[in-house]
Design a protein around this ligand. Structure first.
Ligand code: PMP
Length: 394
């Protein structure tokens, strides 16, 4: 079959490849502890589910406006104003079926052929894939363990060229759990203002932080007019399958985003948006409990990993991932890299993790090996999984 050339430029999310392998092994009767999944194991909170069901019963099941239902957009604007300390209104809000489409829209609306986009590496693989697909040039900015996987502003400055158009931020970050500090954000903001750049700030994990270190670049003066902020309901409300996310954009960009929605999805599901209103206006008890539980599990998994020979793990500040350094473990077992380690853990230890390269290519200067573990699984499974990893590595 002869496909359009641009299809060759489309990447993927390796997590789903590993998940398919795990599913196959499970079907063969293998008992696998799966640290690979990037979604909470909790049910969607009851009051949110009820609001969605009530909306369906009330026949709120027709097409909605492409920008999103006004009441939902207002609820989002209110939430963003409260959490990011800014002053936007519903006309800055574009709703999508998940945050992924908004990432695509932002890059396709702003990046021309050959424009460079700086993105975090290791990072969420969809950024690099979509930059390539749109015809831009992805420029990887290394996140290094010595800086707790945050940007080095000098690296950022060095990555800039006349063709740089956009910087992508993701804080709290997938896969490292790092959170950019206010000082980092101030410096990145100064660079983007000075060089007239766009910032796409993926804040999908903003609700899942373990201290008060999270802040958003959009709250810095001069940034709302050059920022596409992305957030959604998949993670903090455990609503991955509902498909609900949004972008906060400067008003001149809203009609473009609406047009992209009209062309591609028409609108996010209407009853899902009613559930979203309940999420933002209803009780926070269940999400707060989830974050408390994630914090307990984070401490459990970090302590456990640091007790395994050849593994060292930082304490992440947000999201539900750890990104331990496994260089010594690979050396001890004479493994070439984290891919070989991932395969060994899966086939000999019945434990699924993701290798470093699921989050972008290693840079030539990179000497360390890492794996990602999601702790969005039960305490019992974490404990059992750690036991299995220990028995493979020691
Ligand atoms: N951004 C990041 C960093 C993610 O990890 C994910 C989900 N894995 C998404 C965006 C996509 O989320 P959604 O379900 O809202 O499309």
């Amino acid at each position: 079959m002869r496909l359009a050339k641009r299809i060759d430029r489309l990447g993927s999310e390796n997590a789903f490849v590993v998940l398919a392998e795990v599913t196959k092994l499970k079907e063969q009767g293998r008992d696998i502890i799966n640290f690979g999944v990037g979604e909470p194991d909790f049910d969607t909170p009851f009051n949110i589910k009820s609001a969605g069901i009530d909306a369906i019963k009330a026949n709120l099941t027709h097409y909605g406006p492409p920008a999103g239902i006004p009441d939902f957009r207002r609820a989002v604007a209110e939430y963003i104003n409260k959490t990011r300390k800014i002053n936007i209104d519903m006309d800055n809000v574009i709703v999508g079926p998940g945050t992924k489409p908004i990432i695509f829209y932002a890059i396709s609306a702003l990046v021309e052929d050959g424009d460079e986009v700086i993105y975090p590496n290791p990072g969420y693989p969809i950024y690099e894939s979509l930059i390539n697909y749109i015809g831009g040039k992805p420029v990887a900015l290394p996140l290094v363990e010595e800086r707790e996987f945050r940007f080095d502003i000098d690296d950022l400055k060095q990555a800039l060229t006349k063709k740089t158009k956009m910087i992508i931020l993701n804080s709290p970050q997938n896969p490292t759990g790092s959170v950019l500090s206010r000082e980092d954000l101030e410096e990145i903001a100064a660079v983007s203002i000075k060089n007239d750049l766009w910032v796409m700030s993926d804040e999908i994990y903003s609700g899942i932080t373990y201290d008060d270190s999270f802040s958003s670049i959009i709250s810095i003066k001069g940034m709302p007019e050059r920022t596409v902020l992305i957030d959604g309901f998949s993670k903090i409300y455990s609503m991955t399958g509902w498909r609900l996310g949004y972008g906060i954009v400067p008003k001149e960009l809203t009609p473009v985003m609406i047009s992209l929605n009209t062309n591609i999805v028409t609108c996010a599901a209407t009853f899902t948006q009613y559930a979203g209103i309940k999420a933002y206006k209803g009780s926070c008890e269940e999400p707060d409990r989830m974050v408390e539980e994630f914090k307990y599990r984070r401490d459990l998994i970090v302590a456990g990993l640091n007790g395994i020979k050849g593994v060292s793990c930082l304490l992440p500040k947000g999201a539900f991932y750890v990104f331990p350094n496994v260089t010594e473990a690979c050396k001890n077992l004479r493994l070439k890299d984290s891919v070989e380690l991932q395969q060994k853990l899966l086939h000999e230890g019945n434990v699924a993790v993701l290798p470093r390269t699921s989050f972008g290519p290693k840079t030539s200067a990179e000497t360390q090996e890492y794996i990602r573990l999601s702790y969005a699984i039960s305490r019992e499974n974490i404990t059992e999984g750690l036991k299995r990893i220990k028995s493979v590595l020691e």
